[in-house]
Design a protein around this ligand. Structure first.
Ligand SMILES: *Cc1c(COP(=O)(O)O)cnc(C)c1O
Length: 426
């Protein structure tokens, strides 16, 4: 396909039907694929020929959808996973093994934090958490000889910290390791970390990319630029022969798609958290309109943030699109067209007022989710973080008054009216 512009790629990227074929990308709901000879199938198993043979390794619907996201991010290849959690895990585990070390910022999604702080440690992978606001000196001091990657969120959930991608990429590269960026909140519509030096991008596609709260999923995208061979000792999984593929060396035999080929041929083969073709189909429908929806989410969120900032019952508002925000300048640099639809704020009267406010909302629903078309709201102190004391909540950056408001794409006047009547009751 001609190299069309971003929005055109969202609508029509990768899947190109030939004469008489379905206009809409089909769901290939098949685990298996038929061949005429066992010799040919053997070649597929050895990765000597490309083709489909079992959906745990590859499926056309998943490939089209992963390919589209890779295109939107500017990468060389992508792999869909059954959830965002699986994508984060694979992105790290593809290059880290027992005895290795990972650097991550502390401003990351709670599920990712647990994955790194508990599960990776149990697997023998050491993790150092650094502040997302670290200076170059502080970052450089966190590296160890066995560090294999740096992980961060471009715009963190739920704290809405904007990452200085270029600084993190510079420090990672100075230490011969890649930067992995979770780009779930801004989406490639608003931010493309690979253009700023990141090497790998992951997403929870469950959020804006699907955008309708219908399909759990994740994706790993390979930027294709990191030179694994230049740091061959650090990455034996990519630079030494894989005996389960007759001695193939990913970094030599797979061109610039070494990382994503290994993720698919090795991790997905062995661990098997494939996205279902049905979910990939729903995800692709979301991708076709993501550029329209994300723009609207951001316009609505900015209007809501400005309304809240001027309201007497509101003690603070956190939205990087507000000029008063600490991350406004970084947001303008890395996300010039907008950030995301999530706004967090505090309300006078703390936990009690927050609960009353939430229970009084009519249009906005209380759900454990963010980033879909419908406005929704969550009070972490009484739900996801309810086991923590008020002191622990403050330490986690989630005050007892914090309300996380995910602004949808409805008429913004209706959203603001809903907030107004609920605040009147709080
Ligand atoms: C939701 C989320 C995840 C986890 O994704 P799931 O699809 O729920 O597994 C990871 N990172 C970020 C930033 C998220 O918001």
């Amino acid at each position: 396909m001609k190299d069309y512009r971003f929005n055109t790629k969202c609508v029509q990227g990768v899947y190109e039907p030939k004469n008489g074929e379905p206009r809409v990308m089909p769901i290939v709901q098949s685990t298996t694929y038929k061949y005429e000879s066992s010799e040919q199938m053997g070649k597929l198993f050895d990765l000597e020929e490309s083709g489909y043979f079992y959906t745990r390794l590859a499926n056309p619907t998943c490939d089209y959808t992963a390919g589209k996201i890779a295109q939107l991010e500017g990468g060389v290849g992508g792999m869909l996973t059954s959830s965002g959690q699986a994508a984060s895990f694979y992105s790290v585990f593809n290059i880290c093994r027992s005895g290795d070390h990972l650097i991550s910022t502390s401003a990351i999604y709670g599920g990712t934090f647990n994955l790194f702080d508990v599960t990776l440690r149990q697997m023998g992978i050491d993790v150092t958490f650094v502040s997302p606001d670290s200076t170059e000196e502080e970052l450089m001091a966190a590296f160890k000889p066995n560090t294999k990657a740096v992980f961060a969120e471009s715009l963190s959930n739920p704290s809405l910290v904007v990452l200085d991608i270029e600084l993190f990429a510079k420090c990672a590269h100075a230490n011969g390791v890649p930067l992995i960026v979770d780009n779930t909140f801004p989406t490639p519509v608003n931010c493309r970390p690979l253009e700023h030096g990141a090497d790998i991008v992951v997403h929870s596609t469950t959020k804006y990319l699907d955008g309708h709260a219908t399909a759990l999923g994740g994706v790993v995208v390979d930027g294709g630029k990191f030179d694994w061979m230049a740091n061959a000792d650090k990455f034996p999984g990519l630079t030494q022969p894989d005996e389960s593929y007759h001695g193939m060396v990913y970094a030599k035999d797979c061109g610039n798609a070494a990382y994503i080929t290994k993720a698919t041929a090795h991790l997905m083969r062995d661990l098997g958290s494939m996205q279902s073709p049905n979910n990939a189909f729903l995800l692709n429908l979301g991708l076709e309109t993501v550029f329209l929806r994300v723009k609207r989410h951001c316009e609505n969120a900015l209007a809501v943030a400005k309304y809240l900032e001027a309201h007497e019952k509101i003690t603070w508002v956190n939205y990087p699109g507000l000029e008063s925000n600490k991350y406004y300048d970084l947001a303008k640099k890395y996300m010039p067209d907008g950030t995301c639809g999530v706004v967090s704020f505090g309300i006078k009267g703390g936990r009690e007022a927050a609960t009353k406010f939430m229970d009084s909302l009519k249009l906005a629903a209380i759900v454990t989710h963010v980033a879909d078309a419908r406005t929704c709201v969550l009070h972490p102190a009484s739900t996801t973080h309810r086991q923590l004391s008020d002191k622990q909540l403050e330490e986690a950056g989630v005050g007892s008054d914090l309300i996380r408001f995910s602004v949808g794409i409805e008429d913004v006047a209706d959203i603001i009216e809903d907030i107004e009547q609920a605040l009147a009751q709080a």
